[in-house]
Design a protein around this ligand. Structure first.
Ligand code: PMP
Length: 353
């Protein structure tokens, strides 16, 4: 037998949303329903004749643009092939054998996998009954071995936010040596006025980092670009940990073109948020109970009925993300896709046992 770490063989393989069959709508991966902007496509095409070369290792131009955009130092930015890679970098830079990483659960399913790959111990803390981070319980879970805490705001898959007040109270209980990472993958869809603004916390707390992605609101999931805004010493370590050249030149170009197109993207974001509000209201009118979501997805807490509901959605050609025994997460798609989902959801309720 070839030596392999036991923990690796026991890990679940990261499951992406199921691919949609022909004619079905894929609402399983929190992707952006809009096609890429022409200006972004042009930027990618312009880079094609350079693909025999390695990309700019430091992604200097993109880093400079992000630093300008957020008014932070370029040394406080670290990029990766999607924010999931940066989440892994944050864990590897902070936690090893026997160290602990705290996160809410259920939340982004990569957290426990990445923590175990690093040899550290995941410490999942159950959400409250109303699907929110239980920050009191998360603070109580801190031990001398805690190295990192993920706060997912808005939370995937429930869509619930962490308020500024809650995060302030939480940070007062976190030792200064423990890094708190606010994962804001869905921040652009978050119109909850009470929600914590990760960047403000980054500016006011020396042990806070923020995780952002170009995959969701910017619609670049296929090109893989994400980044942390982190204390300079942490960001420098992320660059040491990161896979060299992980962010391709095409991805860097697309990200820069997306920053240039913010106002167009903002209109799309508003449409997605309006659709989220419409679908939420229609579900409630139809008898579904669900919490407010501030992401580009909704969470149906279907419990033991999850597999049946997922089956009904599937029969209607709607591919959602089901978590057995817990619930179904459905991405907000195009208005037509959302209507298809609403019809399927109505059917699922009408046929409930
Ligand atoms: N954080 C959260 C909360 C997510 O839901 C996701 C994607 N599902 C990611 C990070 C990673 O996204 P990406 O690697 O595409 O940036």
């Amino acid at each position: 037998m070839i030596h392999q770490r036991d923990v690796i063989g026991r890990l679940p393989v990261y499951k992406p949303g199921r691919p949609a069959a022909p004619g079905a709508v894929k609402l399983s991966s929190n992707e952006n329903p809009f096609p890429p902007l022409p200006s972004v496509v042009d930027a990618v095409v312009a880079g094609l004749d350079g693909i025999q070369r390695y990309p700019d290792l430091g992604a200097a131009e993109l880093t400079r643009r992000l630093a300008e955009h957020y008014d932070v130092d370029p040394g406080e930015i670290a990029l990766g092939a999607g924010s999931v890679e940066v989440a892994g970098q944050l864990i590897h830079a902070s936690a090893g054998d026997g160290d602990e990483v705290i996160f809410a659960w259920r939340s982004f399913e990569a957290y426990p996998i990445l923590v175990q790959v690093a040899g550290a111990t995941p410490v999942p803390v159950p959400l409250t009954a109303d699907e929110r981070h239980d920050l009191d319980a998360m603070a109580a879970a801190i031990t001398p071995r805690t190295r990192l805490v993920f706060v997912c705001n808005p939370n995937n898959p429930t869509g619930a936010t962490v308020t500024a007040e809650e995060l302030t109270a939480f940070l007062a209980k976190v030792p200064a040596e423990v890094l708190v990472v606010v994962d804001e993958a869905y921040v652009h869809f978050d119109d909850d006025p009470r929600s914590a603004n990760g960047l403000e916390f980054f500016r006011n707390h020396p042990n806070v980092a923020v995780l952002h992605t170009f995959s969701k609101a910017y619609g670049l999931a296929g090109l893989r670009v994400g980044y942390a805004i982190a204390p300079a010493a942490v960001a420098a370590n992320l660059r040491r940990v990161g896979v060299p050249f992980a962010v391709s030149d095409l991805a860097q170009r697309a990200a820069i073109a997306s920053l240039d197109a913010e106002s167009e993207l903002e209109l799309r974001i508003r449409e997605i948020v309006a659709e989220r509000q419409r679908v939420t209201a229609a579900l409630r009118d139809g008898g579904w109970r669900l919490v407010d979501s501030f992401g580009n997805f909704l969470w149906l807490r279907t419990g033991d009925d999850t597999e049946r509901v997922d089956g009904v959605l599937h029969a209607h050609g709607v591919v959602a993300r089901a978590f057995a025994g817990e619930g179904v997460r459905v991405t907000i798609g195009s208005p037509e896709a959302n209507d298809r989902f609403l019809a399927a959801a109505a059917d699922a309720l009408a046929t409930a046992p």
